[in-house]
Structure formats: structure tokens, C-alpha cells
Design a protein around this ligand. Structure first.
Ligand SMILES: [Zn+2]
Length: 452
């Protein structure tokens, strides 16, 4: 059967396929031909016989956002862990809550996540799940149409605040990762699984070595956290007698298929290691602010050639899952840390799309508008006078990075299908999600010992 072909017409196309000094590529008015779930062509196109046409009425069309670091399993816990630094945040709230999840509550959390991501224009996500029930998140990503990298987290170390039964043996952890890999990796050409040691302090050396060996044997990516908060970094120095990324390097974690969330606190030697091993950094600026962690040296990483993706992290430490919010936060923090202009808006927008895709090893599939790539797009109406008057190509990065929010998002396409159309969700229902969340949360809180 010939795949369905249609024309997305009269758009301001932002292909995001240019070189670093001109990352947006050649921005111009035109159309996008979508055949099946892929981009077939873009530019000045006339409809083919029998082809349907949907006008964008001059709106801006860019690749869907790519979020490099999220915890879908935590979205149900939004608002339940505010105003705490990292280690107490984990010990007092997140670990007990994750341990209290069952399959149904995990699926509810994942469905909330996918809906919120799509409603904000994010069409690709990498998510680290809890020790159990990551298959629920795989099913949710498949049902909602996103490109996703999903992993169960690995942790086998007990310690303060870690509920009995949450960490499991290295063998059990990796058996789950292997089962996910066999069942889900490659599904529908858009789901990948990964190997996700939670962070250095929750993983024994034996588990770390086994995880690295499994990732090498299976070809899976490694997704973890590193260097997030000064207290955590100090604990690592105390326990290992070396700096964080040096320990990870010794244990074999670093490499071109590895991405590490945060890397806020790194020495010059650690930054060199990131660049030398081509390890990617997953930047979560709102979370770094909310947990009081610090400002990640993103400009320095980019100057060293380190690949960087942007992400919201977990809903309980943000509390939004909005790539536009992260874009603005990143741009403002880097201006504060490195001076205005050190991370220009166009470069920030590139990180939120193609740069993020490259950091996750997915730029052959998503992140730019090119024939053969997935038709995953976000369409923004930038006619609002509150976005400023500099419309056209020159004004795009400024409007999107500094001024726009989700009110300006008109359509979202995943695999050539509308997930949001004229601002309204297609295929998910906020009222139904709200009712499901309200139904499952009390029992989770009860099991976590946090019922109010
Ligand atoms: Zn995280």
C-alpha cells in the first residue's frame, strides 16, 4: 500500500540544518510534503494529484523539540517534593514515592508525561524510569507517537532514605534491562531502550561494571546523572578519593553512546574527559535552580565540542515539562554566567532540537526538517504582538527563546499525524488524565508513608 501523502502548506519553515554559525539553516516560506510518517520534501511545492493540503497560514514550522532528560515515572509526584536540595529530595520523597508505584500508577504517570510533552511541542524524549514498571512507559510512548529512549534505572545500594526493597540485586536489575531491550528496542522504528545506572552513589562497582559490559554487548546507550549538587560531589570525593567523572571514566561509563544529566560541578580535568570521550551532557536548568544545585558551564562545554541536550528532568524538581521554559531558563542562566551573547538564542534553539537529537544519537531520525526524517514538527503562531515586531527569519530565535510560551503553539505533528491541532489535544484528554491521576495517587501516598 502506498503511504498517505499530504502537504503542510504556507509555513515559515525552519529546517534547523545549518552549520553552527547559522544553525537554523535557510528559513523560508514554503510547504512540507509528508508521506507516511516521514518528510518527503520541503520548499516551494505544488500539491500532487489527489494530495490533500492543510494550510499553516504563515505560522512557523520547526522540528519537534527533543528533551534529553526526563523521569516520566515521577510526573505523578509533581508538587509533592518542593523546596528541598537534591539528597533530601531523593531520600524523603522521591525514593519512597517511586518504590510505592505499581504498574497502573506508573502508566498514569507516563501518560501524563507524554501528553504534557506533546502539548509543549516535545516529540522526542529520553526518560529514566524507576527500578520497576518501565514497560508501562514504553507502552505509553508507543501509544502517544513520540520517539523515546526509555530505561529502568539501576540501583543496588541501600543507604539513608532508600526504602527496603527499592534497590535490587545487580542480576535482577540487569535482567529487567535485558527484558526491556528484547521486548521494546526498535519497536515501530522509534522506541529505544537504554542502560541507566541511576547515579554513582546508588550503584555498586560490580553493578557498574556489569551495566557497562551489557551496554557494550547490546549496543545500547548509557543514561545517568553526574555532578549535580555540591553535597553529592563531596560525597563522591569522600567515598572514592577522586573526582566524579574520573571515577566514571575508570569504571568505563564514558563514551559516545553515554549521556549524563547535569554535570553542573566539574573540574577542568573532568571537562576534558567529557570532550575526549565524546560523552554528552543533558542540561536541566530549571531543576538546577530549584534544587539549588548551581549553573552548568554549558558555554564551556560547547566550546570544547561536548554535545549538549536540554531537558526538564522530573516534574517534582521543575515543576514543568516545558522545553520552551527550559530554553528561556538556559539562555538567561548562561547570560548570567558567561555574559550576554555567549549562548546566542539561535544556538539555544538548535540545542533544543537538532543538537539534542545529536546528543542522543538520534539525528538520523529527528531534530531537523530533512527528507527522510520523521515528520515530527511544532508549529507556532508568532503573530502575537507580545512577541515583538521582528518577525520573519531574523526574529525567530528571539521570539521563541525569550518570549513565546505554550499559548503560541498551534499544532504538533508526530509521525505526520496531529497530536495537537489548533491548540487542542488529539488522542489524549486532560480531564480523563486528571481523573486517573486522582484515582491512583492516594494509594501511592499511603504505600509511601506520605499520606496527608
Ligand atoms: Zn534526573
Amino acid at each position: 500500500m502506498t503511504p498517505h501523502s499530504w502537504l503542510c502548506s504556507d509555513a515559515l519553515l525552519v529546517p534547523m540544518d545549518g552549520p553552527p554559525e547559522q544553525p537554523l539553516g535557510f528559513v523560508r516560506r514554503g510547504s512540507l510534503r509528508i508521506t507516511g510518517d516521514r518528510i518527503a520534501a520541503l520548499g516551494e511545492l505544488a500539491p500532487l494529484p489527489g494530495e490533500s493540503v492543510v494550510s499553516m497560514h504563515g505560522a512557523l514550522l520547526l522540528p519537534g523539540f527533543v528533551q534529553g532528560h526526563v523521569h516520566a515515572t515521577q510526573t505523578l509526584f509533581r508538587g509533592l517534593a518542593d523546596d528541598l536540595p537534591l539528597l533530601p529530595w531523593l531520600q524523603q520523597r522521591i525514593w519512597p514515592l517511586e518504590h510505592a508505584h505499581d504498574a497502573e500508577s506508573t502508566r498514569t504517570s507516563a501518560d501524563l508525561t507524554m501528553a504534557e510533552l506533546l502539548a509543549g511541542g516535545t516529540t522526542t524524549v529520553q526518560t529514566m524510569e524507576s527500578v520497576r514498571h518501565a514497560e508501562q512507559t514504553c507502552d505509553s510512548a508507543l501509544a502517544h507517537g513520540l520517539v523515546a529512549i526509555v530505561a529502568n534505572c539501576l540501583m543496588d545500594q541501600s543507604g539513608p532514605g532508600v526504602p527496603e526493597g527499592l534497590p535490587s540485586s545487580a542480576r535482577e536489575n540487569l535482567a529487567t534491562t535485558e527484558a526491556l531491550w528484547r521486548t521494546y528496542h526498535g519497536r515501530d522504528g522509534r522506541l529505544c531502550t537504554a542502560v541507566a545506572p541511576r547515579f554513582l552513589l546508588s550503584v555498586s562497582a560490580d553493578l557498574a561494571h556489569a551495566a557497562v559490559a551489557f551496554a557494550a554487548a547490546s549496543g545500547l546507550r548509557i543514561h545517568s546523572h553526574a555532578g549535580e549538587h555540591p553535597d553529592e560531589v563531596a560525597l563522591v570525593r569522600q567515598q572514592f578519593g577522586r573526582d566524579y567523572l574520573e571515577v566514571l571514566h575508570d569504571q568505563g561509563w564514558l563514551g559516545p553512546r553515554t549521556s549524563l544529566a547535569h554535570c553542573v560541578h566539574t573540574t577542568a580535568r573532568e571537562r576534558h574527559l567529557l570532550a575526549a570521550t565524546d560523552t554528552a551532557v543533558l542540561h536541566c536548568p530549571s531543576t538546577n535552580c530549584k534544587l539549588g544545585s548551581g549553573i552548568a558551564p554549558i558555554v564551556d562545554y560547547l566550546q570544547r565540542g561536548v554535545r549538549v541536550a536540554l531537558g526538564a528532568d522530573g516534574a517534582p524538581c521543575n515543576n514543568r515539562l516545558s522545553q520552551l521554559a527550559e530554553l528561556r531558563q538556559m539562555a538567561l542562566l548562561q547570560a548570567l554566567a558567561s555574559g550576554p551573547g555567549a549562548l546566542p538564542a539561535a544556538r539555544a534553539l538548535w540545542l533544543a532540537t537538532r543538537g539534542g537529537a545529536a546528543a542522543l544519537g538520534l539525528d538520523h531520525l529527528v531534530g531537523s526538517l530533512r527528507p527522510g526524517l520523521r515528520a515530527d514538527c511544532a508549529v507556532f503562531d508568532l503573530g502575537d504582538p507580545r512577541l515583538g515586531g521582528a518577525d520573519g527569519a531574523a526574529g525567530v530565535p528571539s521570539q521563541l527563546v525569550y518570549a513565546a510560551d505554550e499559548r503560541h503553539l498551534r499544532h504538533v505533528l508526530v509521525g505526520g499525524r496531529f497530536a495537537v491541532r489548533d491548540g487542542q489535544p488529539v488522542g489524549f484528554d486532560w480531564r480523563e488524565l486528571r481523573a486517573r491521576a486522582a484515582a491512583v495517587l492516594p494509594a501511592v501516598l499511603q504505600r509511601a508513608g506520605l499520606a496527608r
